[in-house]
Design a protein around this ligand. Structure first.
Ligand code: URA
Length: 438
């Protein structure tokens, strides 16, 4: 078999056989297929797509490219959550302790942030002492002791995805539905959980700009999960504007804790409770109404916050910084961004705001960039709010004063003020399960 022939077949719109796909993933993982040929293949997929059968085989081949996590020795229903990535998306810090406090077991592998989107691992590591790159034994030990652990993605699981994702990132082939579905689901299949909720973000700050594309991606991922014996559902949620008011690592931990105290912003609270209820439902904790109530009651009782503290302490972090997040500190340099005119905020582009936060030091421009845990943005206004000329729209925070001007410029480019209030968009567009789209 030759990679050249596989590229030509896909370039011409042909469907690859199981043998071809498995051969390609094995040989690429072993380093026998060069990146330039795989790049050409990825671009061919970007333009020609893949059939559902090809996507399922690709996912399985990627999942089998390394080890898998065996959670069978851990009692209870194991649950997992995945977000396709957004700006200000700290729902993992809220959803996972809620479901763990309800008796589900969470053994979650999370990513680091790159570009305009943040990563849960970076957020957790803004807590002093917190280790989010646990060895497998330590990870399983924390899961057994506290019912919840969150760690970075293990390089032994789905190594083909790690290599392919890095290549897609630099060859403009990330936003392809079959490639995203195979990438996410290969990692979820080997991570060993029984129930999975997917938060498929839609809008300006995401890979999927339209609700239709997001639903299509969700349907493909749900089908792959069901085929592999998982209980799985996806929510399609809005990412045209950042979630919550705080963007940046320590700032997001602070807002997540406030939400776990019942004092969070409405949008973040609503999406987090919906995701938690969905997971509780998959874990058979009751019907959908029972699960919504259970999630809300668990948040209100403070039990979820205590779970987060327990997890942070078990992973070496300072639990007092979770109970009192003001102890995480504030970046030394701040700049208020004021409205240049009065009216309504008509646009607050997530991607642009994520890039502004990255320019302040909250995110990575390249994989090697160092994160400034205190850097970020506190929004004072969001889309739909009225604003007077000179009023503060946001505060930019950083430990490096020289970063402020470029970040302010990027922030201002991402926000529009008009004279008419914009139409309000839904926060949750749809739910996708094996029964279809609701
Ligand atoms: N997240 C992933 O893990 N993979 C993708 O391809 C896109 C988002």
């Amino acid at each position: 078999m030759r990679m050249y022939d596989i590229i030509i077949k896909k370039r011409g719109g042909g469907a690859l056989s199981e043998e071809e796909l498995r051969w390609m993933i094995t040989r690429y993982t072993e380093g026998d297929i060069p990146d330039y040929q795989m790049s050409a293949f990825l671009m061919a997929v970007y333009f020609q797509g893949m059939t559902d059968e090809e996507t399922a085989i690709l996912t399985d081949a990627m999942a089998r490219s390394g080890e898998s996590l065996d959670l069978s020795g851990i009692p209870g229903v194991k649950v997992d959550k995945h977000s396709t990535g957004g700006v200000g998306d700290k729902t993992t810090l809220i959803v996972t302790p809620i479901v763990a406090a309800c008796g589900c077991t969470v053994a979650k592998m999370s990513g680091r942030g790159l570009g305009h989107t943040g990563g849960t691992v970076d957020k957790l590591e803004s807590i002093p002492g917190m280790c989010a790159s646990l060895s497998r034994d330590k990870f399983l030990d924390v899961v057994r002791r506290t019912g919840i652990a969150v760690t970075g993605q293990s390089p032994d699981l789905a190594p083909a995805d790690k290599k392919l994702y890095a290549l897609r990132d630099v060859t403009a082939t990330v936003d392809s539905i079959p490639l995203i579905a195979a990438s996410i689901m290969s990692k979820k299949l080997v991570a060993g959980s029984d129930c999975i909720v997917l938060d498929v973000k839609t809008g300006s700050g995401t890979f999927m700009k339209t609700v239709e594309d997001s639903v299509c991606l969700a349907e493909k991922m749900v089908a792959i999960g069901v085929h592999n014996g998982k209980k799985i559902a996806a929510l399609i949620t809005n990412m045209d504007i950042p979630l919550g008011y705080q963007i940046g690592n320590a700032l997001e931990v602070e807002e997540a804790v406030r939400t776990l105290r019942g004092q969070g912003p409405d949008d973040l609270t609503e999406v987090s409770l919906a995701l938690a209820a969905q997971l509780l439902f998959l874990a058979e904790k009751g019907d959908m109404d029972d699960c919504r109530k259970l999630a809300r009651d668990t948040l209100d009782s403070g039990a979820a916050l205590e779970k987060l503290v327990a997890m942070v302490e078990a992973q070496g972090g300072d639990g007092t910084c979770v109970r009192h997040p003001e102890k995480l500190g504030r970046a030394p340099f701040a700049m208020e961004v004021k409205a240049e005119t009065g009216g309504y905020i008509t646009k607050m582009d997530s991607a642009g705001i994520g890039i502004a936060a990255m320019l302040l030091g909250a995110g990575r421009e390249t994989k090697e960039s160092e994160i400034d845990p205190l850097a970020g943005i506190i929004l004072s206004k969001k889309t739909g709010d009225s604003v007077k000329k000179g009023e503060t729209v946001a505060t930019l925070l950083t430990s490096d004063e020289t970063r402020l001007d470029a970040a302010k410029e990027r922030f201002l480019e991402s926000v529009a003020i008009g004279q008419a209030a914009p139409e309000k968009k839904p926060l949750i567009y749809a739910r996708v399960t094996e029964r279809g789209v609701e």
